[in-house]
Write a protein that binds this ligand. Structure first.
Ligand code: ZN
Length: 248
């Protein structure tokens, strides 16, 4: 008789760790469990996202009554699906779990209509886009709205300059990269999109935010889908165009 049966296989150990993390996350108020799930499933892939348990558990949490847990589950599930689309260059994970994905998407659309919190709302719009799976830069788009700034490159083909686009309490302007180091640095006002002229995704997100009672998010989106000026060469460019360019 060998002792090998007494030694837990790595696979079983991973399964147990994954199950334990998901259970802790589902119980709520355990930010470390969420942080560990992001690290292991998304950032370093040490746990396998293709295990059915992952999306099943996140779907159950998204349909739970607790907004915190539901929003966290929706955000992680959406990001994992987009990452899997990119990593495997197929939509296998999405297709294999189509029932869970449909339930997640309807949960995200339910929650977005009831949340009053600005940032939670942004995360829900991001989750909706990620669960729909049409674009892979929703995280970058809403990261800038939540963080009230985008760090972008000038679209000049020679790589003119890195710059900040500031959207929020500090104002609405673009500025050279090192503005935080100096008091008297030149800023350039942003040019928001005219809401009546918005098209496509910008139109859809703006209308959703207004319909859901989030005027401030709708306003921020007109800047994200508007134009900024490069502080170096003073060229005007599309903010969302550079968000998309920097995410790929
Ligand atoms: Zn430039």
């Amino acid at each position: 008789m060998t002792t090998s049966s007494a030694v837990p296989r790595a696979d079983d150990a991973d399964s147990d760790r994954l199950r334990a993390l998901l259970e802790r996350a589902a119980e709520g108020r355990d930010s470390q469990a969420w942080s560990d799930l992001w690290t292991e499933l998304y950032h370093n892939g040490s746990l396998d996202v293709t295990r059915p348990l992952v999306l099943h558990a996140l779907t159950d949490m998204a349909e739970d009554d607790h907004a915190d847990t539901a929003v966290s589950a929706l955000l992680l599930a959406g990001s994992l699906l987009v990452q899997a689309d990119q990593r495997y260059e197929t939509r296998n994970l999405r297709d294999r779990h189509a029932t869970d994905v449909a339930r997640l998407l309807s949960a995200a659309n339910r929650w977005r209509q009831v949340t009053a919190d600005r940032n939670e709302y942004c995360h829900l719009l991001e989750a909706v886009l990620n669960l729909e799976g049409g674009i892979d830069w929703a995280q970058d788009l809403f990261g800038g709205v939540v963080g009230e700034e985008y760090e972008l490159e000038c679209p000049d083909p020679d790589g003119c300059a890195s710059l900040w686009v500031i959207i929020g309490e500090r104002g609405f302007f673009s500025v050279a990269e090192d503005y935080a180091l100096s008091d008297d640095v030149e800023t350039f006002p942003l040019h928001p999109a005219d809401p009546r002229a918005l098209e496509g995704l910008g139109r859809r997100l703006y209308d959703l935010a207004l319909a859901d009672g989030h005027e401030e998010v709708a306003c921020a989106l007109t800047y994200a889908f508007g134009e900024a000026t490069c502080p170096e060469c003073e060229r005007r460019f599309s903010v969302i165009g550079q968000v998309v360019a920097s995410s790929s």
